[in-house]
Design a binder for this molecule. Structure first.
Ligand SMILES: NC(=O)c1ccc[n+]([C@@H]2O[C@H](COP(=O)([O-])OP(=O)(O)OC[C@H]3O[C@@H](n4cnc5c(N)ncnc54)[C@H](OP(=O)(O)O)[C@@H]3O)[C@@H](O)[C@H]2O)c1
Length: 328
């Protein structure tokens, strides 16, 4: 008890310092673990514009850049340097995970899984040890849990099978097992996020630019897309609205087949017809040129955001052409 009292007092001093730096009241702090990547950077800018303080946990060096604080962590061990950012924070959003855009070698598979499970575990541990825990922990998840299907999938649809599905299931289990007593938990199963600098759209744009933007594989696999503005709004709703809790399909209202997606992309990029890329060619190109698993391009799922619609979430982009024109 005595030790706890001393620790708590220590934390209070840190908190006081943070909340009253330079005699000013600080804005509410949102901690973005793994926030140095594609989705995290977009959300960090967004929360900053909304008047929050953004703190990114990164395996890189601690620094201040563009009004965002970067704090070093390793994504799997408790260290006071980053744990004190969790203490007294308003929200945590966890984006951490080795990119799935790679060859699925044994080593990469292990890292894809471990980076996700370790970060969830250690962040939950930090929240549990905190004397002033955040009111919400939002975890980035993936629609890949549904596997490869053309069936319409809402949150309750059956899961698929295979490596990616298994990763998503273990990720969700790690996040929701032994829930946090004082912190609301939300997982957003994110779809194909369309944004300006990076993400899955980049390689497709490159193919289209070089006249290779034809249908990929059968073209019947679905792309459950959403615009980055809508994704950021989903994160903000999850953070600010206490009615958000549990798992959500974080995707747009109008998924399309790959064939349709490529047609609209070519139209927006002023490209005419392009030859289709049959599955064997995609596999060859994926392994030799893209150095990524071909399932990323050849499989898909047809998901709908049922729970978000039930909450009355207001989508800015429900039309693919409008979304792509806004970005490209
Ligand atoms: N982009 C999408 O459309 C999409 C769709 C569905 C799901 N998601 C999921 O959403 C999350 C964020 O996506 P994103 O596109 O922003 O990914 P990203 O650009 O790859 O960023 C992920 C961040 O995780 C950290 N990281 C990478 N490997 C790690 C490792 N081995 N151990 C610890 N940290 C590691 C990196 O930060 P540091 O190097 O700074 O530590 C990296 O910036 C991922 O889990 C992804 O699977 C994304």
């Amino acid at each position: 008890m005595v030790i706890k009292g001393i620790l708590t007092a220590g934390k209070f001093v840190i908190l006081f310092h943070r909340e009253h730096k330079g005699g000013k009241e600080m804005s509410k702090r949102i901690v973005l673990a793994g926030g140095s990547g594609f989705l995290g950077q977009a959300l960090a800018d967004h929360v900053k514009k909304r008047g929050y303080t953004a703190v990114i946990l990164t395996r890189g060096s601690s620094a201040e850049k563009n009004g965002i604080t970067y704090v070093h962590w390793d994504g799997r061990t408790l260290e006071d340097s980053w744990v004190r950012e969790i203490e007294g924070s308003y929200a945590i959003v966890n984006f951490t995970g080795k990119s799935v855009n790679c060859l699925y070698t044994k080593k990469n598979r292990e890292e894809i899984l471990a980076s996700r499970l370790d970060s969830v575990r250690i962040l939950k541990e930090a929240v549990r040890e905190s004397s002033a825990p955040p009111q919400v922990f939002v975890q980035a998840g993936s629609l890949a849990v549904f596997g490869d299907t053309t069936d319409v999938c809402d949150e309750d649809a059956a899961h698929g099978d295979g490596f990616s599905v298994s990763v998503c299931q273990q990720w969700e289990e790690a996040f929701f097992n032994d829930t946090l007593p004082k912190t609301r938990q939300v997982m957003l199963r994110i779809g194909f996020a369309l944004g300006k600098d990076g993400g899955a759209l980049g390689p497709l744009q490159m193919l289209a630019r070089y006249g290779l933007g034809g249908t990929i594989g059968s073209g019947r696999q679905y792309i459950s897309w959403l615009h980055m503005d809508d994704l950021n709004a989903m994160f903000m709703a999850s953070i600010e609205n206490e009615n958000y809790e549990g798992i959500y399909n974080a995707t747009g209202t109008a998924p399309v087949t790959n064939k349709e997606f490529m047609r609209v992309l070519r139209k927006v990029m002023n490209k005419s017809w392009a030859p289709p890329a049959p599955a064997p060619l995609v596999k060859l190109g994926a392994y030799t040129i893209m150095r990524a698993d071909p399932s990323l391009a050849l499989t898909g799922r047809n998901c709908i955001p049922k729970k978000l619609l039930e909450h009355g979430f207001n989508f800015k982009f429900t039309n693919l052409e409008a979304a792509l024109r806004d970005i490209i």
